[in-house]
Design a protein around this ligand. Structure first.
Ligand code: SAH
Length: 366
């Protein structure tokens, strides 16, 4: 279990060392494996506060208090893979499967555009129905209709050719969390039929093609250690992704990992803040999983260095079926009619909603 020391109330004798390491991290944007591990092993409430302050300072220097909005459309919960943690894994027979057809996806994009969104994120399980031909058709249709909007795809591992074709059709960004940089942990979290090397290769293909790339992890997954998290930080530093999704692992009872402990808010926020320090320009979502873990989880993530929110604009009757983890925030909070609600939460937390296209700086953003 990580970050047990966060529960300690009093100052520890390691206090100064941790704070000094954090200050040095902010300056150098990286640390050695040993130093990162020292932080995770010894951080207490006091240094946690220092970490959050440093992260928010870096965030505001690079992005002011802007929060970039992305409209998430979950286009299918069919999945050919069987990740051990995921509620929509192919072996979960309790899931009612759905997929959106092209017209429904275009209708969602239309509604999203009218609400002011300028990024559409199309996410799904690995669904063979969405062939390259279908994806190209959907992507180019959205792009033709809304040339001033960005398209982000998140439909898992595909061939380099497939990524290339979707890019040429107009996709700008691709989210593919690496899930775990530690091969050992990756293999615990996935069935034997899945390959760590393939996942990492996919990220290289996306990068080579020219996508804005999103990697990321779940924090607090079963058997994950601080050493594993340090591997993630070093991996992220090396990959230097434009986006990075960091959310808590949330235990789903219809998976082989049922009964395991879920990740916590604190440990996830520590990883969000550390990621902000190593990748100052990165677009870091305050993930929906954090909002599920705690009613104010996403606002707290914004205060820990995150700067993106991805409201779910999928049709409500389907989005409740995209249950990768239990009690996922569904469109109740996020739907068109509640857009003001989420925007109020963001401004009440002291941030400014930015409905712009919000590219990464290397791709013409601020
Ligand atoms: N098929 C796509 C999208 C997967 S869903 C892909 O493979 O990239 C998006 C993310 O949800 C996953 O990358 C995973 O990190 C996260 N996720 C899945 N199950 C989860 C769980 N039980 N708790 C928290 N996050 C989970």
């Amino acid at each position: 279990m990580i970050l047990q020391s966060l529960n300690f109330k009093g100052p520890s004798k390691e206090t100064n060392i941790v704070t000094n390491l954090l200050i040095s991290l902010r300056k150098k944007k990286t640390l050695s494996k040993k130093e990162f591990l020292f932080i995770l092993d010894n951080i207490t409430q006091k240094e946690y506060k220092d970490l959050i302050e440093l992260a928010i300072d870096v965030r505001s220097r690079h992005f002011g208090n802007s929060v970039y909005m992305r409209a998430l459309i979950e286009i299918s919960n069919y999945c050919s893979k069987s990740c051990n943690y995921c509620g929509i894994r192919s072996h979960n027979q309790f899931v009612e499967r759905y997929r959106l057809d092209k017209d429904t996806i275009l209708e969602c994009a239309k509604q999203g555009y009218e609400l002011g969104y300028r990024t559409f994120v199309l996410q799904a399980g690995e669904d063979a129905y969405f062939t390259d031909k279908r994806m190209i058709d959907i992507i180019s249709s959205i792009k033709a209709e809304y040339p001033d909007a960005a398209i982000t795809i998140s439909i898992g591992e595909r061939s380099k050719e497939s990524y290339q074709k979707m890019y040429e059709a107009g996709a700008d960004r691709y989210l593919l969390r690496h899930e775990a940089a530690s091969k050992k942990l990756y293999e615990r979290l996935h069935p034997e039929s899945m390959s760590y090397d393939n996942r990492i290769n996919c990220l290289s293909y996306l990068r080579e093609i020219g996508y804005q790339v999103g990697a990321g992890i779940m924090v607090g997954s079963p058997t994950q250690t601080n050493e594993d998290l340090v591997e993630d930080l070093l991996f992220l530093k090396d990959l230097n992704p434009e986006m990075c999704g960091i959310g808590p692992y949330l235990c789903h009872s219809d998976t082989p990992l049922k009964g395991s402990r879920s990740g916590t808010l604190d440990e996830t926020l520590v990883m969000v803040a550390l990621t902000r320090l190593i990748l100052p320009d990165c677009l870091l979502p305050a993930t929906t999983a954090l909002g599920t873990l705690s009613p104010t989880g996403r606002e707290e993530a914004l205060r820990a260095g995150a700067n993106v929110i991805m409201p779910n604009i999928s049709p409500t009757e389907h989005s409740i079926k995209y249950e990768i983890y239990p009690d996922k925030l569904s469109t109740g909070d996020e739907a068109a009619s509640s857009k003001d609600n989420i925007e109020n939460k963001i401004s009440n937390a002291g941030f400014k909603v930015d409905m712009g296209i919000g590219h990464h700086r290397k791709f013409g953003g601020r």
